[in-house]
Write a protein that binds this ligand. Structure first.
Ligand code: DOR
Ligand code: ZN
Ligand code: ZN
Length: 400
């Protein structure tokens, strides 16, 4: 397949290129290709629209198995394709929690053939000390996710010696850590020399802790969720309950500053769908996010962030941090995972367009910064701006 007239950032420079895709990978990038010479049967002309590497979202809760009335692997992957996300990594607070090799195997089997995009899993650290299980699976998962604060799924781990065992046996540790617990996680990461991924930082003081640890040379990375950038406590209501909670406008600013100065490494949505009925009838933490993360971030393109920065934090860095092979960049030899966006179409985000099973979005009625025209996974179009096709998503591999 040849994708013609793509506006891309290639080796740091913006330009119009043609991309040749063979066997699902980028095989050549031309300044201007000679189609006749190439004898191509499949040609897609992008008409100078932007083509970005597919978005990689390493923080999603797809609810499958056990909570699939909220989301399942198929609907979650459709939400990804619609939002330009070509790889997602699923969190372990499903039912049962992903805390044994057996349960991980079941999850892997259950997901096969059901996703439109590529995917992977985080393993869960258990308060019952599953460090021997971590040892068995660590090369085939993105990380061990440990909850250091209470949140949806009852996976809190508090006991010091168990936390130490979990860190010791992990390849990378991702944490749900708020405030003091951020400090605690950094200490453990230093002690056991394990890379640490701080999920959904939401507060100025947390960004400062990360900045300091990076300054000391600790291998620690920080993620921010779009809702902590675009929303704050002035908007908080029942629907917008999540952990960590929305903070102040000043915190929004501190997170943006963290992105700009390189303290924050990634955008992860913490896509945490719950039905409206659940949200309205009881205290339920979590909001959906994967369908809108790219179009929301595009709102700040050339204002708060450059195209280069956006691609770093949404594509390149997530792949690099977790060692996801072949993804995150437009380079020869990389997977042909792309999202095509029309920056002129500032289409309204609407509840009625949501494909996630939860059926709502926190951004209903807000104009996005562009429209996703198409999404490609390993050279196959999986979303054409309306419909979904080619359900051939598969598990990613890690550089271990
Ligand atoms: O608000 C949240 N919801 N925070 C979490 O840490 C988990 C998530 C969920 O799974 O619903
Ligand atoms: Zn969390
Ligand atoms: Zn989460």
């Amino acid at each position: 397949m040849l994708i013609k007239n793509c506006k891309i950032l290639y080796q740091g420079v913006e330009g119009i290129k043609d991309i040749l895709v063979e066997d699902g990978k980028i095989s050549k990038i031309y300044s201007c290709s000679d189609v006749e010479e190439l004898d191509m049967d499949e040609i897609v002309d992008l008409d100078n629209n932007w083509l970005l590497p597919g978005i990689i979202d390493v923080h999603t809760h797809m609810r499958d198995p056990g909570l699939s009335h909220k989301e399942d692997f198929e609907t979650g992957s459709m939400a990804c394709a619609k939002g330009g996300v070509t790889t997602f990594i699923d969190m372990p607070n499903t039912v049962p929690n992903t805390t044994t090799e057996e349960i991980l195997k079941d999850k892997e089997n259950n997901s096969r053939g059901r996703s439109y995009v590529d995917y992977g899993f985080h393993f869960g650290g258990s308060r019952l000390d599953n460090s021997s299980e971590i040892k068995k699976v660590r090369d085939r998962v993105a990380s061990t996710k440990i909850f250091l604060n209470m949140s949806t799924g009852d996976m809190l781990v508090e006991e010091e010696n168990i936390l130490e065992n979990l860190f010791r046996e992990s390849k990378i540790v991702s944490v749900h850590a708020e405030e003091d617990m951020v400090e605690k996680a950094i200490e453990l990461s230093k002690k056991f020399k394990k890379p640490l991924y701080l999920c959904h930082l939401s507060k100025a003081s947390e960004v400062e802790l990360l900045r300091k640890a990076k300054g000391e040379g600790v291998k620690v990375y920080g993620e921010v969720a779009p809702h902590h950038l675009f929303l704050n406590e002035t908007q908080a209501d029942n629907l917008l309950l999540m952990k960590p909670e929305l903070k102040t406008k000043e915190d929004n600013e501190a997170l943006w500053m963290g992105i700009l100065d390189g303290t924050i490494d990634t955008i992860g949505t913490d896509h945490a769908p719950h039905t409206l009925e659940e949200k309205n009838s009881k205290t339920t933490y979590g909001i959906p996010g994967i369908e809108d993360s790219l179009v929301m971030m595009l709102k700040e393109l050339n204002k708060r962030i450059s195209m280069k920065k956006l691609q770093e934090i949404m594509c390149e860095n997530p792949a690099k941090i977790f060692g996801i092979l072949g993804k995150g960049k437009i380079e020869v030899g990389y997977d042909a995972d792309f999202v095509v966006v029309d920056l002129k179409n500032k289409e309204l985000i609407k509840n009625e367009d949501v494909v996630s099973k939860c059926g709502w979005t926190p951004y209903d009625g807000i104009a996005g910064g562009g429209k996703v025209l198409a999404t490609f996974v390993r050279g196959e179009m999986v979303y054409d701006g309306k419909e979904f096709m080619n359900k051939n998503g598969r598990g990613v591999s890690y550089n271990v």
